[in-house]
Design a protein around this ligand. Sequence first.
Ligand SMILES: [Zn+2]
Length: 157
Amino acid sequence: MRRASEGRGRGREAPIAPAAEAATTVGLIGLRYHCWRCDELSTPLIGMLERGKDLFSADFVVVGDERMLTFAWELFPAFARGRWPIGEVKRRQERRTGGGYLSNGCSSCDAPFATYALVHNALPIALATNPFERLPELARVELRRDTWASICTSRWN
Ligand SMILES: [Zn+2]
């Protein structure tokens, strides 16, 4: 019995959860995609999927805007860049407007892969034809559950 500490510990709270329960495993999903310019195969980042979740459900988080692409690319481990033909995710210049946009690119020739084309043209075809072949898991990362939850909900905003 440690009576001395009882009833006085308002400043000290127990940890919310052990580390193992506070973390979850998320797969970074690529899309097998032939470059429109050189025809070589690349695997640009297309989505994120928590382990055990269904690719054919709303649990599949599509990397469909710059915020999601940035988030996924920053998680992408360096070792996986050597295992898959994945080009650099970077900001590219828009010649006509002078602005810039973030996108995947070809691993061979660095041609930009517009996110809109990947998400709205190539992804539905991959899902409908041979998803487990065409949408490989490029890497797995550990994330805090609250970080992952906020990503899952913020995509609708
Ligand atoms: Zn290319």
